[in-house]
Design a protein around this ligand. Structure first.
Ligand SMILES: [Zn+2]
Length: 324
């Protein structure tokens, strides 16, 4: 087979594997993982891939590693990016046992109830039990640092960490905005509709979906470009626009709840802006701004994830960095 043909085939297979995913949607999650990977030392990359491939069989985590003609390093990166969406892949109900064991709907967010007063948030007591993303991040971080934890447990922990760090950087995964219309919160703006009142359910769009999918709607994959090339060029663009050096004081490794608070703080200032109107699609200006905010959040999430994994796996025995 010619090189072109093989590469097209690999693209097609990766797209098929990626087709059962949700939000941030898979582009947002994979970009976060791409950026993390660029931060990771050879030792951390090696350790993470080895553990993922030793994951529990019924999670299918090991099965997503691709064999093929591509260089091994490229396949490891694709695997690492895909695993950032595993927590969404397991939403697939057709695989009943996997769904029942691994799908956890309230792990994907960590919402604070609040009322908007101008560009400020007035924090309210939560009206119902909400998301637990931060608690899970804290737990999974401990699993990875526990020398007696098994690789099976660590593989699941890595997949969740890859996903949850992304999720909590989407401001609406931290928000339950209370209004007269939504006295029990708006479910991360899932109830904030952007389509005209009375639009049938299957044709409705809401603000949560809008933010989850902002990256690939503002910078779509063009023509017959391969998803892999698309992610790489977009990831590099984001890293150039928001270089790690410009965000290094913001990284605050391990301060998961601070990351959440910072994401939450974007809601009154950058998500629910005065020009945003219910039952209307946001303007081009809003879209541009939302895209910028999302790019910065994805950069931060990626840098944090990469540095966290470096810290955890710093002493992995396969370090390839020469001594100075
Ligand atoms: Zn999620």
């Amino acid at each position: 087979m010619g090189k072109m043909v093989r590469s097209v085939l690999i693209c097609a297979v990766m797209l098929m594997l990626a087709s059962f995913t949700f939000a941030w949607n898979d582009v947002g999650h994979k970009l976060t993982a791409f950026i993390a990977w660029q931060q990771m030392t050879p030792a951390a990359r090696e350790a993470v891939i080895k553990i993922l491939r030793a994951g529990p069989e019924d999670s299918n985590i090991p099965a997503y590693f691709m064999y093929g003609p591509e260089p091994e390093e490229a396949r490891k990166l694709e695997y690492f990016m895909l695993m950032a969406t595993w927590a969404d892949i397991v939403r697939e109900r057709a695989l009943d046992a996997r769904f029942k064991k691994y799908h956890k709907s309230n792990w994907h967010y960590d919402d604070t109830f609040w009322k908007q007063v101008g560009d400020k948030a007035e924090i309210l007591p939560n009206a119902e039990e909400g998301g637990v993303a931060i608690d899970r991040l804290i737990d999974f971080d401990k699993v990875l640092r526990n020398p007696s934890a098994t690789d099976k447990d660590k593989a699941v922990a890595i997949a969740w960490i890859e996903h949850l760090i992304g999720d909590i950087h989407q401001p609406l995964h931290t928000s339950g905005r209370v209004t007269d219309r939504e006295p029990k919160g708006d479910q991360g703006a899932n109830l904030f509709l952007l389509t005209p009142e009375g639009t049938p359910r299957e044709k409705q769009s809401n603000l949560h979906w809008y933010w989850d999918s902002i990256i690939d709607r503002a910078a779509p994959l063009k023509g017959d470009a391969c998803e892999k090339d698309y992610l790489e060029s977009l990831g590099k663009k984001i890293m150039k626009k928001y270089p790690v050096s410009s965000l290094s004081s913001a990284i605050r490794l391990g301060e998961f709840d601070e990351w959440r608070k910072e994401s939450f703080a974007l809601n009154p200032t950058d998500v629910f802006t005065p020009d945003l109107v219910r039952f209307q699609m946001p303007s081009e200006k809003y879209k541009k701004h939302a895209f910028n905010v999302a790019e910065r959040q994805i950069a931060l999430a990626g840098y944090r994830m990469g540095q966290m994994l470096n810290q955890i796996f710093a002493t992995a025995p396969v370090a390839a960095t020469p001594a100075r």
